[in-house]
Design a binder for this molecule. Structure first.
Ligand code: GTP
Ligand code: SPV
Ligand code: MN
Length: 589
């Protein structure tokens, strides 16, 4: 036992009595203990050790083909009142859900070990950090949590002996039965129950379950925000760093933007980009009245396919040691890993993500699952920010929303003010990706990229954003929207993206510092095409003009779609947003 905290001990005892494990192991975070678990997982085949020279300390893990992504249809927010979960979340009453799941957990860990994982979301000692305890029967979960969080006995330091302010996470693989899979949140009890999955976002309970769903609920009650946002710093040649936070839906480019490599035109002047976080931001007003952000995580659970030396060298470098790969292909010649888009040289003697023999040169099938992932320590990242562990966080100058839109949304625009920015975020839409089960490529509304992650009524969430704006006043970050994914008539991306997204960030920072004018359009302020720097690109200002084009007919359709989307929130939609929509329609004529 690593703590004297009676609330922790009592709850762990209750869960032991319920799950009836053969053994209980408290995870202290020591390398010796982790090494023993790595050895055990290797012996049972749960983890496969990769080439110790080329990928030291790295492992491959495969999940069942029925268990490769988040399951939004089996994810629940259980609040006493149904209306508190809102129209977007699946809801069930806590009493009914506890009654349904308790028998499923009864004796589920017989013959297994229960691991008790203490962890901190956020730097230990940070006023913005929070403690969680996850109970699990999966070594894979322990080893991933060791990378993704500040895990081990130090995490209990923040809690002390009497506090009850920790998130209780209970996970069991059970039989990995998709019919009995549940990812359930009880925000009123600080509790998460996950059963019958072994895939990342469903089982690493510090991540989406705690740091977004439970934390968004806590943030509303406590005056801060938990957002699906990357955090990056841009350092100018004078050494001044400005920070931005950006919300894109799953598999829409957060990890890539967070680690971007500045194009030559900026690098040679001395510009640098620093990664503070690639997925989640906790934001709170600081003493100076500005909004400060920490990354509650300690590693990256990144999409593997498409990651390569050109698109994201920093992410690739992060995965060269101490990394767990999930559902990628295994090169049998040298025990390394491969995925689509890594290079043009797929292995011939390989196993695909399901473990079947696979020849990358001849096979029509994919070697890696489209949602295959790497779990890499943040400290591995060559551009990790010197402020990564700063307990106070970093001040945010701009917030950026974005998604995958083939036509409607322009490359970039700025909201007229905070309220309009909240409207822009609340009406975000994006094509669905492989990060969740279900159809891919269907446009759906994904407000602030939080549709799958908001732990309470979305209308109240919009209200919270508006309140935060009131509190921040003229110190509030400026709000922007970007779209890297506009396509031409053949379906090709027009904008080069990746490192070249820096060109758009530079306009955004110039706007924050009042250094550049803008064009007023019905949807917001846009750059003059010549204000997006295209030096060194094969596209010119005419293509930029195209990318910035706002088609009034498409936008009228968009406004109608927004009206329909808003209708479901009833009187919990803030009146300000209805007014924003009316104003947009008026501007469109
Ligand atoms: P989650 O971890 O699911 O939250 O995803 P994410 O938002 O971090 O997305 P990520 O950066 O991993 O990118 C997902 C996919 O989008 C990858 O296949 C990338 O290659 C692709 N992508 C990222 N940035 C760009 C871009 O600027 N342009 C284009 N065309 N594709 C991009
Ligand atoms: C996402 O889907 O947004 C992810 C991966 O970042 S997961 O941890 O599965 O949620
Ligand atoms: Mn994500």
């Amino acid at each position: 036992m690593l703590t004297k905290n009676q609330n922790v001990l009592k709850w762990v005892d209750e869960m032991i009595a319920l799950c009836k494990p053969d053994q209980v192991l408290w995870i202290d975070g020591s390398e010796e203990q982790l090494d023993a678990l790595r050895a055990e997982a290797t012996a049972t085949g749960e983890m496969y050790p990769l080439n110790p020279e080329k990928l030291p300390g790295c492992y491959l893990h495969r999940t069942l083909p029925n268990d490769v992504a988040r399951v939004e249809d089996r994810t629940f927010i259980c609040t006493t009142k149904e209306e508190d979960a809102g129209p977007i979340n699946n809801w069930c009453s806590p009493a009914e859900m506890y009654a349904k799941l308790t028998p499923m957990y009864d004796g589920v860990m017989k013959g297994r070990t229960m691991y008790v994982i203490p962890y901190s979301m956020g730097p230990i000692g940070s006023p913005l950090a929070k403690v969680g305890v996850e109970l699990t029967d999966s070594i894979y979960v322990v080893l991933n949590m060791a990378i993704m969080t500040r895990m081990g006995k130090d995490a209990f330091e923040n809690l002390g002996d009497t506090s009850d302010d920790f998130v209780r996470g209970l996970h069991s693989k059970a039989d990995i039965d998709p019919e009995k899979r549940y990812i359930v949140h009880f925000p009123e009890d600080n509790t998460i129950w996950s059963i019958n999955s072994a895939y990342g976002g469903n089982v690493l309970l510090g991540k989406k379950c705690f740091a977004l769903r439970i934390a968004s609920y806590q943030g509303k009650n406590e005056g801060w925000m938990a957002e699906h946002m990357l955090i990056l710093g841009i350092e100018n040649p004078k050494g001044e760093v400005k920070y931005v936070a950006a919300a894109f839906p799953s598999a829409c480019g957060k990890t890539n933007l967070a680690m971007l490599v500045p194009p030559e035109i900026y690098a040679k002047q001395g510009y640098k980009v620093w990664c503070v976080g690639d997925d989640i931001a906790w934001l709170k007003p600081g003493k100076d009245g500005r909004l400060y952000a920490i990354n509650p995580e300690n590693g990256f659970f990144g999409v593997a396919p498409g990651t390569n030396q050109k698109s994201n060298p920093n992410a690739l470098a992060s995965t060269r040691k101490g990394t767990i790969f999930t559902n990628v292909a295994l090169n049998l010649d040298d025990d390394t890993v491969w995925w689509e888009g890594l290079d043009k040289n797929p292995p011939e003697h390989a196993l695909d993500w399901t473990g079947k023999p696979w020849n990358g040169k001849t096979s029509e099938e994919k070697g890696a699952h489209p949602n295959s992932r790497f779990t890499a320590p943040a400290k591995n990242c060559p551009c990790v920010s010197p402020e990564f562990d700063n307990p106070q966080g970093v001040p945010i100058s701009a917030m950026i929303f974005g998604g995958r839109r083939a036509k409607t949304a322009p490359l970039v625009y700025q909201s007229f003010d905070w309220k309009h920015g909240v409207f822009v975020g609340s009406t975000m839409a994006s094509e669905t990706t492989a990060a969740a089960t279900g159809a891919v490529g269907v446009v759906r509304r994904d407000p602030m990229a939080m549709r799958p992650f908001c732990g309470y009524h979305m209308g109240d969430y919009f209200g919270h954003w508006l309140e935060m704006g009131e509190k921040l006043g003229d110190k509030a970050p400026k709000i922007f929207n970007v779209n890297w994914f506009r396509t031409d008539d053949e379906g090709h991306f027009i904008w080069p993206g990746f490192g070249d997204n820096m060109r758009v960030l530079m306009w955004i920072l110039d706007r924050c510092e009042d250094k550049v004018d803008a064009v007023t359009t019905p949807i917001g302020f846009e750059p003059k095409p010549e204000d997006i720097n295209t030096e060194g690109l094969s596209i010119g200002a005419d293509v930029i003009a195209d990318l910035l084009n706002v088609d009034p007919a498409l936008w009228k359709e968009e406004a109608a779609g927004i009206r329909e989307f808003y209708a479901q929130f009833g009187d919990r939609l803030p009146q300000e947003l209805r007014e924003q929509l009316d104003a947009l329609e008026k501007r469109l004529g």
